[in-house]
Design a protein. Structure first.
Length: 506
């Protein structure tokens, strides 16, 4: 600018109005620059302000569960810290309620995640209505919620009753009437533990309710922790059970519904515990699954069942061998390789090995389960969908599976004689299965009435105490000997191959 004025003062033949115009123009440009700078500053301030607001909003969102709008676990921990301090100061009590939906997984699997999410938001709203706005409520994980209320056990029990009643009201989700139940565990401060133990104790009480079938509440009790210790001991023993030869397979036959010919033997696992006696697979399989032991145990079952099938085949006892496969096993990458190796080792045909997978596991429809089913199909295995009717599978989802057999869950068979609903469900399952070319097996058949009803419905195969209980391999071979046939130790007719004489001693 100085240079320009100096130049203007020196005069170089340029008219003075032109200089003035130039100076005016430059002043204008400079002014505009200052204005822009000011505007930029203001804009920066506005942006900064907006950023600050957004950060506060994000923080607020972070303390809220995105789906339900309830507090997150981290936030309720802080609320719990504060509440405990208040309780100590005022010598008052505080109750934690852990609420978990029963069978939520089957809703998610059967109806899809959108319906599952809607169930969770409805649950959150109902829980809020049960405790009022003042009480902190959080979503801990999945289908688990936590309520924090002032008061002792009586107040907590009254709230738990309200929660159970409110959850029992049917929900209308996307036109579907869904009825759910919940399990509630209560821990009261200070009676049921110090601050760090409270949440775990309420959750333990909830799990105890679940073990008892759900749809109820219970408060923490120190024996619950003892049960956990017992479980820890059992787990310790289970780790060595395979090596010590304590596991055994029992076999329960399936028979053709009309001819009563043997069609298969289902291998059912038993644990002969040195101190506790025979332990049910319903007890130790979930434990093995939770603690990563199912792989070893499952591999042992497959190998032993195939070995036994080979031995029986050598004796002339022809039937399918069925093994149960848990969800954890199905997610194992090398499951089918393992099965194929055992089949080869014992010279079996893959279509004679039935792999029983429960409906809820079969419907998981993850990349891993899809891959496992694909491999089973390629390997030519006989796939059976176990406990059918308890999940929420549709005809469409069932069609996608390479299954050849469907087992009606025992619950429907048990109720056949007394419940028209059970009869309706069983009949519908048989019809649906036949539409898809699947054979239908009814399990848990205990009476002749049940047998006759099932035969009338067109069931293909039957299994249950009416015919035979699970038994040792030797007992099964004896059971399978047909006394009326030749009287020479031949086996009962089998659905496969002509029955051969049975040289039991070789
Ligand atoms: P599941 O596969 O549904 O097996 C049928 C269960 O019902 C067996 O119980 C059997 O003993 C019992 N049962 C059979 N017929 C009748 C009857 O007429 N009435 C009654 N009340 N019960 C009957 P178990 O042997 O205790 O097995 C329980 C569950 O443990 C099995 O249910 C299966 O899911 C699992 N399991 C058994 N063995 C294995 C295994 O080797 N691997 C895996 N992953 N799971 C296994
Ligand atoms: Ca089974
Ligand atoms: Ca079953």
């Amino acid at each position: 600018m100085v240079d320009v004025v100096e130049m203007a003062g020196q005069g170089v033949g340029v008219p003075s109005w032109a200089w003035m115009l130039l100076v005016a123009l430059l002043a204008l440009v400079a002014g505009a620059g200052a204005l822009t700078l000011q505007r930029q500053k203001a804009r920066g301030k506005r942006l900064y302000h907006r950023l600050q607001t957004a950060t506060t909003q994000i923080d607020a969102l972070r303390s809220r569960d995105a789906l339900t709008g309830l507090l997150t676990r981290a936030e309720i921990e802080i609320a719990l810290d504060e509440a405990v301090i208040r309780c100590d100061r005022d010598a008052k009590q505080l109750a934690l309620l852990v609420v978990a939906l029963d069978n939520f997984r089957s809703i998610n699997e059967g109806y899809g995640l959108r319906v599952g999410d809607a169930v969770l938001t409805t649950t959150a709203t109902r829980l809020g209505a049960c405790v009022g706005d003042a009480a902190p409520a959080a979503r801990l994980a999945g289908d688990e919620f936590l309520l924090l209320i002032d008061g002792g056990l009586d107040t907590a029990a009254a709230v738990a009753e309200r929660v159970l009643a409110s959850m029992h009201e049917p929900m209308q989700i996307e036109g579907l009437p869904l009825t759910l139940t919940a399990s509630v565990g209560i821990a009261v401060y200070p009676e049921h533990g110090s601050r760090p133990k409270l949440m775990a104790h309420a959750a333990l009480a909830m799990r105890n309710v679940k073990l008892g079938g759900g749809a109820a509440y219970a408060h923490f009790d120190p024996t619950m922790a003892v049960d956990m210790r017992e479980q820890a001991e059992l787990l310790q023993d289970l780790r060595g059970a395979v090596e010590r030869g304590q596991l055994q397979l029992y076999y329960q036959p399936k028979v053709d519904a009309r001819s009563l010919q043997i069609t298969a033997a289902e291998a059912l696992l038993r644990w002969q515990h040195p101190k506790r006696g025979m332990i049910s697979p319903a007890v130790f399989i979930p434990l093995a699954e939770r603690h990563g032991l199912i792989r070893r145990i499952g591999a042992w079952v497959i190998e032993e069942a195939c070995r036994q099938a080979g031995e029986w085949r050598g004796q002339g006892l022809r039937m399918r061998m069925a093994v149960n496969i848990s969800g954890h096993q199905l997610r194992q990458d090398d499951l089918v390789d393992l099965i194929e190796a055992s089949i080869r080792r014992h010279n079996l045909r893959p279509e004679r090995l039935t792999v029983e997978i429960t409906e809820s596991v079969a419907m998981e429809d993850t990349a891993q389960t899809r891959a496992a089913f694909d491999r089973m199909k390629r390997a030519g295995l006989h796939v059976s969908i176990d406990d059918f009717g308890t999940g929420h599978s549709s005809l469409a989802s069932l069609r996608k599976l390479p299954a050849a057999e469907l087992k009606i869950d025992r619950a429907f068979v048990t109720d056949l004689a007394t419940s028209a609903e059970a009869r309706g469900i069983a009949q519908a399952i048989v019809q649906m299965a036949h539409t898809l070319d699947l054979r239908v097996v009814a399990e848990g058949v205990e009476s002749e009435t049940q047998r006759d009803l099932l035969v009338g419905m067109g069931c293909d195969e039957l299994q249950g105490y009416l015919f035979a209980k699970p038994m040792t391999p030797v007992a099964l071979a004896l059971w399978a000997e047909d006394d009326d046939a030749t009287g020479h130790g031949a086996f009962r007719p089998s659905l496969f191959d002509p029955t051969q004489p049975a040289p039991l001693n070789t």
